[in-house]
Design a protein around this ligand. Structure first.
Ligand code: PLP
Length: 402
């Protein structure tokens, strides 16, 4: 069959999406190839956000106990679509304890991680002509997830001095068509935690605009890094500031189990149209074919809710790398969470800068991928010892620009 005929048989958009590898994956694959040539110890791969800190022992203990002690048919069977009632209730209690909220299991919908939480919320909300707003720099999949619903994706350019919200640009982009706004704090890729001041301003503006347009503008709070915050910094819980908030949570990073695919959505009772919103979330889960989240890991998440893997490692890595880079003359907003640094590239073209870094086997991701040119992302969820060994390469890279 001619190539042309074959492509006509499939969704053009899906063929295009599936054929194009993400820059991050390209860089990661390059790293693997180079490692085979020169040895893994000579490659400084800062490309992927895969947690290097192992899951806490309580996770493996819970898995072993559940598998040994529970009835296998029930343990591995389907749960209700929104998730096991006991698991949801235990997770709700743990959220309440941490954040002073009043959720029950009925406010929760279990998902296969934050990506699914986002896709379900977007699908639950999107109608023809709707717009969704995100703030640069942002997780690149947002654009794909939003456009996958048929809605339009609008971007607010970054405030590169602080990576808090650029409110002037935001106000210009809110329209009567704005259905929801996506926020992510602690942020991938900047590592910045939105301050309470930022969130008060954001939610006041959303309340004002919702009133002006006569319909709610929802907040979608993407929170896979919620617990990864340093120096005692508190990450404000958004439902306490804004009733119309969907919380999209995941255990991928907090419990270091991204491959297990487990997370949840919170739909607060206070949300406008809360009953319909929860029904729409369930409906979206059906349409997307999720059936239910993995039964075993719903139970594991419930048993380990409120715990984290050893976050002190990330803080140590941040301190080491941040201070070293500043000392070498790089400029970077000091991140307070997640496990990314997002310094300015030493030339305006971040791709060219990353190519130079690559020649030193230093693998960084251009900020253009996050809609924020002139910056690079450094994922420091790697061994501290690799960071120590990489510093000479960062210094050589800086020297190329002196
Ligand atoms: N949102 C952000 C900001 C992320 O960085 C990631 C993963 O890196 C996700 C969502 C997806 O997370 P999950 O593995 O829980 O689907």
């Amino acid at each position: 069959m001619a190539e042309e005929d074959a492509t006509e048989m499939f969704s053009e958009k899906m063929v295009e999406l599936g054929s194009r590898r993400s820059t991050i994956r390209e860089i990661f694959e390059f790293g693997n190839k180079r490692a085979a040539q020169v040895g893994r110890e000579n490659i400084f791969d800062f490309s992927l956000g895969n947690p290097n800190v192992p899951a806490p022992e309580t996770v493996s203990d819970a898995i072993v106990r559940l598998v040994r002690e529970e009835d296998a048919a029930a343990l591995h069977g389907y749960t209700s679509a929104q998730g096991d009632a006991v698991a949801r209730s235990r997770i709700a209690e743990s959220i309440n304890q941490a954040h002073g909220t009043h959720f029950t299991g009925d406010n929760l919908y279990m998902t296969v991680g934050a990506a699914a939480s986002l896709c379900v919320c977007l699908k639950a909300l999107a109608e023809e002509g709707d717009e969704f707003i995100a703030f640069a720099p942002y997780f690149p999949e947002y654009k794909i997830f939003v456009e996958g619903t048929g809605a339009a994706f609008r971007v607010v350019p970054a405030d590169t001095d602080s990576f808090q919200i650029n409110f002037e640009a935001f106000e210009e982009r809110i329209t009567p068509e704005t259905k929801a706004v996506i926020v992510n704090s602690p942020n991938n890729p900047s590592g910045v935690v939105y301050s309470e001041e930022t969130l008060l301003k954001l939610t006041a503006l959303l309340k004002e605009k919702s009133g002006e347009y006569g319909h709610p503008i929802y907040l979608i709070s993407d929170e896979p890094y919620r617990e990864i915050a340093f120096d005692g910094v508190k990450v404000p819980y958004l439902t306490r500031y804004y009733d119309n908030t969907f919380v999209c949570y995941s255990y991928s990073k907090s419990l270091s189990m991204p491959g297990e695919r487990i997370g949840y959505i919170v739909v607060p009772d206070e949300m406008e149209g809360a009953r319909e919103a929860y029904a729409a979330v369930c409906g979206a889960g059906r349409v997307l074919g999720y059936v239910c989240a993995p039964a075993l890991f719903q139970r594991v998440a419930a048993e380990c809710a409120g715990q984290t893997s050893d976050i002190a490692v990330y803080q140590r890595n941040r301190d080491l790398l941040y201070h070293a880079l500043i000392g070498m003359g790089y400029s970077c907003v000091k991140p307070e969470g997640a496990f990314y640094l997002f310094p300015r590239s030493l030339e305006p073209d971040a791709y060219a800068f990353c190519e130079k870094a690559k020649s030193l086997d230093l693998l960084l991701v251009p900020g253009d991928d996050f809609d924020c040119p002139g910056h690079v992302r450094i994922a420091y969820c790697v061994k501290t010892e690799m960071i120590e060994r990489s510093l000479a390469a960062f210094e050589k890279l800086a020297q190329m620009y002196r």
